[in-house]
Design a protein around this ligand. Structure first.
Ligand SMILES: Nc1nc2c(ncn2[C@@H]2O[C@H](COP(=O)(O)OP(=O)(O)OP(=O)(O)O)[C@@H](O)[C@H]2O)c(=O)[nH]1
Ligand SMILES: [Mg+2]
Length: 374
């Protein structure tokens, strides 16, 4: 029996023995209690059960909202179960937002545009959450919502919640965390979720699969290659916005607009029944912001009327589930002790031409699957 666990109360005399029955018993920690640290590293010594966090998020308690997201973003296995419980508890309250993805080459003005649109919306009573998917943020220390653009006008507003990209891990991991964060901010009552992503790697495809409306931000004049636009990104978009369309750029922007309208005309629309639109705007002057929002609202209205909006969400949920299953299967296969032992040996045999890839793969899969039958 440790002294830590069973302590005598202060009022007992020095040297008092077992004749004093009273002992203080340290309370047991509630299951899944999570302790959070303050920024200066001192423990707050405050315990938050998943129920408390769920309640806090539902009441839009910003500190608990941030904590819920921190748990979701945590790579530590001990936070995984708590995060799962929080997400399950919040799920019934999620889904009621318009999810908007924004992509485009670095420097096109995505963050500036998000800030302008965000301010426009909060001033009209909306609650706006700004998230980001930037798998490179670990290396670049956050090009999105990082040092360059702090969204000062927006982030201070009580009806706005800005969260930088989760750092670390694979694109799949970063995207999963952002998807789950959407659930949390929706349950907290945010009706518009803006997600910025860089137009590199596969990140725009990941973001496309978690949003209702996808916006591509370009600048006037430059061709596709110059803008770093990969083939295929145009096919994902619901709207192309030619930004920086002010002063001497205005004419160039109008020409670009026509070019992109022509190009889009030949592509199959990503969202069934919605022909992608092209607009010109200037995030620094605010030009085109109202037009952009009106367009997004028209998109929402039309796609809800045709049920495409709801069908897309269902498809997204199912393909997300499938992805989690596939990732989980792959991970458990490659982390299996027997596979870890056998695979390197078989690799050598394959390379030496002693065994075919098919036989080796079958051998490994059989060892993995047979174990699960017993
Ligand atoms: N002239 C002009 N400059 C703009 C406009 N919008 C943004 N900028 C400027 O372009 C630069 C890049 O803007 P950001 O909003 O950080 O661009 P971004 O696309 O978010 O960049 P990354 O996050 O690095 O990919 C900044 O210096 C902005 O002030 C605009 O409409 N007109
Ligand atoms: Mg940015």
């Amino acid at each position: 029996m440790s002294n830590e666990k069973f302590k005598k109360p202060e009022w007992q005399p020095q040297g008092g023995g077992d004749e004093y029955a009273a002992k203080i018993v340290k309370s047991a920690e509630p299951a899944n209690a999570v302790k959070f640290n303050t920024q200066n590293g001192k423990s707050l010594n405050t315990e938050f059960s998943p129920v408390k966090i769920i309640e806090g998020v539902r009441n839009n308690n910003r500190a608990l909202l941030a904590r819920a997201i921190t748990l979701i973003e945590s790579n530590s296995a001990k936070h995984h179960e708590t995060a799962k419980q929080i997400l399950n508890g919040l799920l019934p309250y999620s889904g009621n937002s318009l999810r908007i993805g924004i992509t485009g080459m670095p420097g096109a003005g995505k963050s500036t545009l998000i800030e302008e649109l965000g301010v426009y919306l909060v001033e009209r009573g909306h609650k706006v959450a700004v998230l980001a998917v930037d798998p490179s943020s670990e290396i670049s220390k956050g090009s999105i919502l990082g040092d360059k653009t702090r969204m000062e006008k927006l982030s201070g507003h009580p009806n706005c919640f800005v969260r930088p990209s989760p750092a670390g891990g694979t694109l799949g991991g970063v995207a999963r965390k952002t998807r789950e964060t959407i659930t949390v901010v929706e349950a907290a009552g945010y009706d518009t979720v803006l997600i910025e992503t860089v137009g590199v790697g596969q990140s725009e495809t990941e973001v496309r699969s978690m949003v209702d409306f996808f916006l591509l931000v370009l600048i006037p004049g430059a061709g596709d290659e110059l803008q770093g636009i990969k083939k295929g990104v145009m096919e994902l978009t619901d709207c192309v916005l030619i930004n920086k369309a002010e002063d001497e750029n205005s004419t160039k922007a109008e020409i670009s607009k026509r070019d992109y309208e022509n190009a889009l005309h030949y592509l199959r629309p990503y969202t069934k029944g919605w022909e992608p639109k092209v607009i010109t705007a200037s995030a620094i002057t605010g030009k085109g912001i109202k037009e952009l929002w009106d367009l997004i609202k028209t998109f929402e209205e039309e796609t809800k009327k045709s049920f495409v909006f709801f069908e897309n969400r269902k498809l997204q949920t199912l393909s997300w589930t499938k992805k989690i299953i596939e990732t989980g299967l792959k991970e458990s296969f490659y982390n299996d002790d027997e596979i870890k032992q056998k695979y390197p040996m078989l690799k050598e045999k394959i390379l030496a031409g002693e065994i075919t890839p098919t036989s080796a793969a079958e051998d490994l899969l059989n060892s993995f699957l047979n174990k699960r039958k017993t």
